[in-house]
Write a protein that binds this ligand. Structure first.
Ligand code: PBG
Length: 372
């Protein structure tokens, strides 16, 4: 029996549809003619319902706010170079720098002080160290390995994430080892990635993050870590990483754009048109032993984030990539957008889509804003 309210509004909703809204995703899929869809909202009528009532005052807006962004959600990607006294700026990434290790320690002290839980390291190695197979990637005394050791000693509680992929180290700028035609070989590359990941874990990295998109690399790296006794090393899998054009400024920052030239990564990174395929990638990585999965880039891919979070309920991270940062900063520097407001909005919206944590070049700026 429909109930009639004071303002003459009819509630068609029996107890059932409220109950249905508590069903899990899997249960929902098993409900024929999904009763959870818009039944409840559609039964509301004006003027019994005035949606603006709850928006009228800050206190009620605060009370019904569904999503929060805090410093706990932020991971700061940082670029490192050899040498000392280096704090190099990057033209396409205003306010972001490449740090030599001495300067890195000073900068990270501020990051720790701001309460950011983790940083992700990306090397821009000496061009002379690049090779066809990128072997510098697993040099135990390489730039990343030295940085990890120095950081863990100075800031033992800060989470250190390292990038597992060969692109900064290869003369061709691909993430893996290539054959005579330039095709990136899967299984040979996985063997190299294992060595790289082990060298990071040995240096003390808390989280290794394979960003290369080879098949089977999560399982292979997990098995190697277990064998070597690194049972606590977490794996953040770049699971749904797309062959995106938003990585340009990053490639300038690590110095791989020149090596890559007119090359592209379409034979291993995902086709930007696909969504179902992302779920298969995530399912495989979780089955192979990933602790966290990632969707990358962020803003144009929030539909993927929502699907991944709903389907698996695993820790789901998003990379707000260099191109997204560059767009926001370019508009802000032109006076076209309010930098702080759009930085906060972009990150809150990524959270709303289902992200637990976000790798973002805005991390330091936003941590400062959130502290105020
Ligand atoms: C490389 C890697 C890339 C990024 C993170 N790791 C670039 C690429 O795949 O070419 C992009 C990050 C960004 O754009 O901020 N393995």
């Amino acid at each position: 029996m429909p109930r009639r309210g004071k303002a003459g509004f009819i509630s068609a909703c029996s107890g059932l549809c409220y109950k249905a809204s508590f069903l899990t995703q899997t249960e929902k899929r098993n409900v024929p003619n999904d009763t959870t869809k818009p039944t409840a909202p559609m039964s509301r009528q004006f003027p019994a319902t005035r949606m603006r009532r709850m928006r009228r005052d800050a206190f009620s807006r605060r009370l019904m706010r569904e999503t929060q962004l805090t410093t706990d959600n932020l991971i700061f990607p940082m670029f490192i170079v050899e040498g000392s006294g280096q704090r190099q700026s990057i033209a396409s990434m205003p306010d972001i720098h490449r740090f030599s290790l001495d300067e890195l320690l000073k900068e990270v002290a501020e990051i720790v002080d701001l309460g950011i839980p983790a940083i992700a390291l990306f090397p821009s190695p000496d061009p002379a160290s690049k090779s066809l197979d990128g072997r510098e990637a697993w040099n135990p005394d390489g730039l990343v390995q030295r940085a990890v050791r120095a950081l863990k000693q100075a800031f033992p509680d800060l989470g250190i994430i390292t990038d597992v992929a060969l692109d900064p180290y290869t003369t061709h700028g691909q993430d893996g080892i290539i054959d005579a035609e330039g095709y990136v070989l899967n299984d040979v590359t996985v063997d190299a990635l294992i060595r790289q990941a082990l060298s990071h874990a040995e240096a003390g990295a808390d989280i290794v993050a394979p960003s290369d998109m080879m098949d089977g690399r999560i399982g292979a790296i997990r098995a190697a870590l277990e064998d070597a006794g690194h049972i606590h090393t977490r794996i953040l899998a770049y699971s749904a990483k797309y062959a995106s054009s938003y990585y340009g400024p990053f490639r300038d920052a690590v110095g791989s754009s020149a090596s890559l030239g007119k090359g592209n990564k379409h034979t291993y990174q995902m086709d930007v048109a696909n969504s179902d395929e992302a779920l298969h990638e995530v399912a495989l990585d979780l089955a192979e032993g990933a602790d966290m999965v990632m969707v990358k880039p962020g803003m144009p891919y929030l539909d993927i984030v929502r699907r991944v979070k709903d389907e698996f309920g695993a820790p789901t991270f998003v990379y707000q990539v260099s191109g997204e940062y560059a767009m926001h900063m370019a508009a802000a520097r032109n006076g076209w957008l309010d930098e702080s407001a759009v930085a906060l909005e972009s990150l809150l919206c990524i959270r709303r889509a289902g992200a637990d944590a976000i790798l973002t070049y805005f991390a330091k700026k936003v941590a400062v804003l959130l502290r105020q």
